[in-house]
Design a protein around this ligand. Structure first.
Ligand SMILES: Nc1nc2c(ncn2[C@@H]2O[C@H](COP(=O)(O)OP(=O)(O)O)[C@@H](O)[C@H]2O)c(=O)[nH]1
Ligand SMILES: [Mg+2]
Length: 345
């Protein structure tokens, strides 16, 4: 076993921090450490906290840390902000929001701000969460912004994903409808001390109900027939054992509603142990492996093909080659493990 992996397993704080830096840098040897740690992962409860910037995710995380610390649990936090990889502004915000926990030895907060050329952000996040798991954290909170592809990948890591939204007419929720419904296990309407929280709750609930109807194949009419803003009668779905995300209100700034939220998280955790829950977990794990496979494959291909790719792209640009044949040629070259071509004279 890699000595640094052993240090993580021994609960060595400095060792864990060093491993996370190696992961950030995708430094030589970090994969070996992750391989060594993997058999020791799976004990922690991973909770994703995602949503639009400013919705109150970090403030909520601060409350969740508090809640789990009171239960004597060791808590890890991975805060990801792809929007400001250079300034670290939002990261600073995350740190300020959670700063009262920084002196607590049983809270480990880690920011991930770097995004590799291939969107390595999601992978680093998953890897860091695994380190925190192996390090002995009972709960790992993963804070990410929005519902882009990276965030989708991150939610594959989490057991339970909270989508935090502010009050309002649901305009930004509207924009992300498909993505949001796919990833939310629990909706949190935060800043419930502000106007429009109840409207947001109703909006989300009707969206969820609609989503279930569509899934159940009960709606065949085009979606445009659904009148915007009209709140349909609440539809009680047939109890088919699937999970329907509850919509909860919180005031993170004051801690209101956090106990109820933690209760919902526990319920979801219990559901994961049902047959349908296990199926969903298995699918998540497959998605996760596919994401890892995709990244590794692309990285290796880029490494093998090098300048061939730019060359092929140029030929496509000049219409000497179509993109379909170009891709086929590149794949063939990769399969053959051809070294980089000699530069043209
Ligand atoms: N009124 C109100 N403000 C809140 C609440 N929760 C967070 N905020 C404020 O919203 C701003 C953004 O919070 P933050 O946790 O950094 O949001 P994040 O970007 O989603 O992590 C901060 O100024 C918080 O103090 C809340 O429940 N009510
Ligand atoms: Mg934040």
């Amino acid at each position: 076993m890699h000595p640094l992996a052993q240090r993580v397993l021994d609960g060595d704080l400095r060792g864990a921090a060093r491993v996370m830096r190696l992961i950030d840098d995708r430094a030589e040897g970090h994969i070996q450490i992750l391989k060594d740690l993997f058999p020791h992962c799976g004990r922690a409860q991973l909770i994703g906290v995602t949503g639009t910037p400013g919705a109150g995710k970090s403030t909520l995380c601060d409350r969740l840390i508090d809640h789990y610390r009171k239960q004597g649990k060791k808590v890890g936090v991975v805060a990801v902000d792809p929007t400001s990889p250079f300034t670290g502004g939002a990261i600073l915000g995350d740190r300020i929001r959670m700063q009262r926990h920084f002196t607590d030895d049983n809270v480990f907060i880690r920011s991930v701000a770097t995004r590799g050329a291939l969107g390595g952000l999601s992978r680093s996040t998953t890897d860091v969460a695994r380190v925190l798991d192996a390090y002995g954290c009972d709960v790992v909170l993963i804070e990410t912004v929005g519902v882009g592809q990276d965030e989708l990948d991150v939610t594959r890591t989490a057991h339970t994903t909270l989508v935090v939204v502010p009050p309002g007419g649901g305009d930004d929720v509207q924009a992300n409808k498909a993505g949001i419904l796919e990833i939310a296990d629990v909706f949190v309407v935060n800043k419930a001390d502000r106007e429009g929280a109840d409207a947001q709750v109703r909006h989300l609930e009707s969206m969820i109900a609609l989503g279930r109807e569509i899934k159940a194949g009960q709606i065949r009419a085009p979606l445009t027939h659904v009148v915007h803003g009209a709140v349909p009668e609440p539809i009680v779905p047939a109890d088919d054992g699937s999970w329907s995300p509850p919509v909860l209100k919180t005031v993170s700034a004051k801690g209101t509603g956090v106990a109820e939220l933690c209760e919902a998280i526990e319920q979801h955790r219990a559901w994961l142990d049902t047959e349908q829950g296990r199926t969903r977990r298995a699918r998540q794990q497959q998605d996760q492996l596919l994401a890892q496979f995709r990244d590794t494959l692309i990285e290796e291909a880029l490494d093998t093909l090098g300048p061939r790719i730019a060359e092929a792209a140029a030929r496509v640009g000049e219409k000497q080659l179509d993109p379909y044949s170009a891709s086929e040629e590149l794949i063939a070259a990769f399969r053959a493990g051809q070294p980089r071509p000699e530069p043209r004279p």
